[in-house]
Design a protein around this ligand. Structure first.
Ligand code: ATP
Ligand code: MG
Length: 191
């Protein structure tokens, strides 16, 4: 079961971090977020914002060569329902994994069960391995990134257009119950 996608627009890396941070209060221990999007669309940038929103102070970098990084969340805040605290953020990147078995061996499913939240870049590479209880976050270059000149271009450089990203949340499984909270969190960036 899935609800209508929630669509937001980001016009800078800073805004994408803001979107990640805004989602942090909606999260609960055991949550899995699959980040889906082409190279350089902002999956790690989004994770940096989410980490900041969870109170992580350590710098969040791409886990490409380590596969999974764990960050302590020193200032866990209760979710909207006053749920249990999130103690750990797991940040994984499946890009380099060649076999599904490698993903299984990461044991993300078991790791999140305690008191963690997992954010998985290239999460779609694992197919439906993580089951339906996932929030899919899709990042895509905005229309301004396709090279087409914008109508309101007044001679200023076009770099801003290349920074546009469309961020789409797809709430599956029991995430549907939090669709309103997710949409509210993304309010400032919704389109
Ligand atoms: N609106 C935006 N949102 C996110 N990143 C943006 C935006 N505009 C520009 N950028 C830039 O795009 C790059 C995104 O890189 P990032 O490492 O987050 O992507 P990624 O999806 O994790 O890539 P990879 O698939 O290689 O892991 C950064 O250099 C960032 O500054
Ligand atoms: Mg990345």
């Amino acid at each position: 079961m899935s609800g209508a996608p929630i669509v937001a627009r980001s016009s800078s890396a800073e805004e994408t971090r803001g979107i990640g941070a805004a989602l942090a209060p909606v999260l609960r221990p055991g949550d899995m977020l699959l980040l889906v999007g082409d190279l350089g669309t902002g999956k790690t940038t989004f994770t940096q914002g989410l980490a900041a929103g969870l109170g992580v102070t350590a710098p969040v970098t791409s886990p490409t060569f380590t596969l999974v990084r764990a960050y302590a969340c020193p200032e866990p805040g209760p979710g909207p329902g006053g749920g249990e605290a999130i103690r750990t953020l797991l940040h994984a990147d499946l890009y380099r994994l060649e076999r599904l078995r490698d993903v299984v061996e990461l044991g993300l499913g078991e790791l999140v069960e305690d008191d963690a939240v997992a954010v998985i870049e290239w999460g779609d590479m694992a197919g439906s391995l993580f089951g339906p209880e996932v929030l899919t976050v899709r990042l895509a270059a905005g229309s301004g990134s396709c090279g087409a000149p914008s109508a309101d271009d007044e001679g200023a450089d076009d770099e801003g257009a290349d920074d546009e990203r469309i961020v789409t949340l797809e709430a599956d499984g029991s995430w549907v119950e939090r669709a309103d909270a997710l949409a509210h969190a993304l309010g400032p960036w919704k389109r």
